[in-house]
Write a protein that binds this ligand. Structure first.
Ligand code: GTP
Ligand code: MG
Length: 147
């Protein structure tokens, strides 16, 4: 199984981009297995970004993630970790290619987060959703998507 934790950050929610962003993953063909709107707590935000805790921008980053609700989701599919990173685009939105989420929608704040490895995807899924949050289901379109 390949899982990717994706989160629409507060700027994406405030700017009304939730539907469009979810649509891009849906149309690509990945399978949604968890979804929620969530007002994050400081504990969760600091744990999520703990690898960046020594960076000078860490306090501002945590404040940004707390500044409004986020949309948390988990997508499943072969190769989803790398492929979804391409859909999201480069961290700096001014360098992100057109056609990517950040390239199309952002100039500063970068709208979306995506886990960068399977291990982090699992860690982040447990952190944001807790255990047993993933829904197992069979997409009817599967034979049309996969050989
Ligand atoms: P995520 O998908 O959000 O994890 O982004 P990323 O993997 O492309 O970047 P990274 O994990 O290195 O950084 C996580 C987040 O920290 C970024 O999405 C930015 O919101 C923020 N960030 C990273 N680098 C900088 C920086 O140099 N300055 C500021 N202000 N924020 C940064
Ligand atoms: Mg990252």
């Amino acid at each position: 199984r390949w899982y990717k934790y994706v989160m629409i950050k507060p700027d994406g929610v405030q700017r009304g981009l939730v539907g469009d962003i979810i649509s891009r993953f849906e149309r690509k063909g990945f399978k949604l297995v968890a979804l929620k709107l969530f007002q994050c707590t400081k504990e969760v935000a600091e744990e999520h970004y703990k690898d960046l805790s020594s960076k000078p921008f860490f306090p501002a980053l945590v404040e940004y993630i707390l500044s409004g609700p986020v949309v948390c989701m988990v997508w499943e599919g072969e190769g989803v970790v790398k492929s979804a990173r391409k859909l999201i685009g480069a961290t700096n939105p001014l360098e992100a290619e057109p056609g990517t989420i950040r390239g199309d929608f952002a100039v500063g704040r970068n709208v979306v987060h995506g886990s960068d490895s399977t291990e982090n995807g699992e860690r982040e899924t447990a952190l944001w959703f807790g255990k047993d949050a993933l829904v197992a289901w069979e997409p009817a379109l599967k034979p049309w998507l996969l050989e």
